[in-house]
Design a protein around this ligand. Structure first.
Ligand code: AMP
Ligand code: MG
Length: 340
């Protein structure tokens, strides 16, 4: 790693500029989180709706105190268990946090990343770093520097290349600002892991279900189409054999209609399909491989210029719920239930 470049990037952040950098989840697009004007540049570079709030990134519990009006005991326990790491918590905000970074909300989202480059950068900046994923709003999140360059070339002051990220899916978001801790976005830290720490946890139904455009969900990002490849994508859900049969039928139909089709399959099922473009997303026996490859696979279909994408589905437990959350959004909720 070029640590001098990280120092330079810290200076750019402190002075109000934009820097893309690796974290353990996905690449982030950073700006000074206490400077509304700097944060406004993030929204402009991403084309992100301004009511979709940003997550502030810190490196120690001391840095949380000036941002959060209240740190409930359950939040302390979660921080102890999962920070630094891929978990974001929502707190009531202090006046120090400008509404320009919280989408106008009275709450603030905070995460303490574990990636050494992210940590060094935040320390070099000397301020909390607001950082959504470093992709154009709506596109798949970047898991490699090349993905960031595709979307952000010419729009940012610097890109710190830290190689491929580890996890490949955004952090788990937990609202600890009132009542029972509630998962707003599933991620690598699963409900089962959270329950072991806090004893109680709820899942916001909007994190999986359909959201109407005029709704006001707790995590405003939940209502937007997200992570989406350019082609129309459909998820086939049900028992394995029924799913593969339905996808084979859809492939045959696409061929007849002269549409170039892509399939999202797994190590276990790749032999079952003949398709113009076949992307193996990972192994069902190792869900973390699926999380890691997911966005790269979605971007690959854009490069291959397919007209339609047919995807298998995954069990909705543990890491599977985070994987399905991203796939369902990428598909704009187009799901076909496959019978026996
Ligand atoms: P991204 O930065 O693209 O990973 O998205 C950040 C997510 O965090 C968005 O879905 C936001 O809606 C959510 N978020 C950030 N701040 C808050 C907040 N104060 N309350 C609820 N959700 C938040
Ligand atoms: Mg994002």
């Amino acid at each position: 790693m070029d640590w001098e470049a990280v120092e330079e990037a810290g200076r750019i952040l402190r002075e109000g500029g934009l820097v893309a950098f690796p974290t353990e989840t996905v690449y982030g697009l950073g700006a000074n989180g206490l400077d509304e004007q700097a944060a406004a540049k993030i929204y402009a570079a991403k084309g992100r709706p301004s009511d979709n709030p940003l997550i502030l990134h810190i490196t120690s519990m001391e840095e949380l105190v000036p941002l959060a009006a209240e740190i409930p005991p359950e939040a302390r326990a979660l921080a102890e268990a999962f920070w630094p790491g891929p978990m974001t918590m929502i707190f009531k905000k202090t006046p120090l946090v400008p509404r320009g970074t919280t989408g106008g909300l009275d709450t603030v989202a905070v995460r303490m990343p574990s990636h050494p480059v992210a940590r060094a950068l935040i320390r070099a900046a000397g301020v909390p770093v607001a950082a959504p994923s470093a992709n154009t709003s709506g596109r798949p999140s970047p898991t490699k520097a090349a993905h960031v360059a595709e979307d952000m070339d010419g729009r940012i002051d610097m890109l710190v290349d830290g190689g491929e990220v580890g996890i490949g899916l955004e952090s788990t978001i937990i609202d600890v600002s009132e009542g029972v801790p509630t998962i707003l976005r599933p991620g690598y830290i699963t409900m089962e892991m959270i329950r072991r720490v806090t004893g109680r946890v709820e899942v916001d139904p909007a994190s999986l279900g359909q959201m109407s455009p005029d709704a006001h969900p707790k995590a405003p990002g939940m209502k937007y189409r997200h992570y989406a490849p350019r082609a129309e994508m459909t998820i086939y859900r049900g028992a394995g054999p029924a799913v593969s049969a339905a996808i084979r039928k859809a492939l045959a139909r696409a061929k007849e209609e002269g549409r170039r089709a892509g399939v999202i399959c797994t190590e276990e099922t790749r032999e079952l399909y003949e398709a113009p473009v076949k992307e193996c997303i990972g192994s069902r026996a190792k869900p973390e491989t699926i999380a890691h490859n997911l966005y790269d696979v979605l971007r690959a279909f854009d490069e291959e210029q397919v007209d339609c994408i047919f995807s298998e589905s995954f069990d909705d437990s543990f890491l599977g719920s985070a994987i399905m959350n991203r796939l369902v959004k990428a598909a704009g909720h187009r799901i076909v239930e496959c019978g026996e």
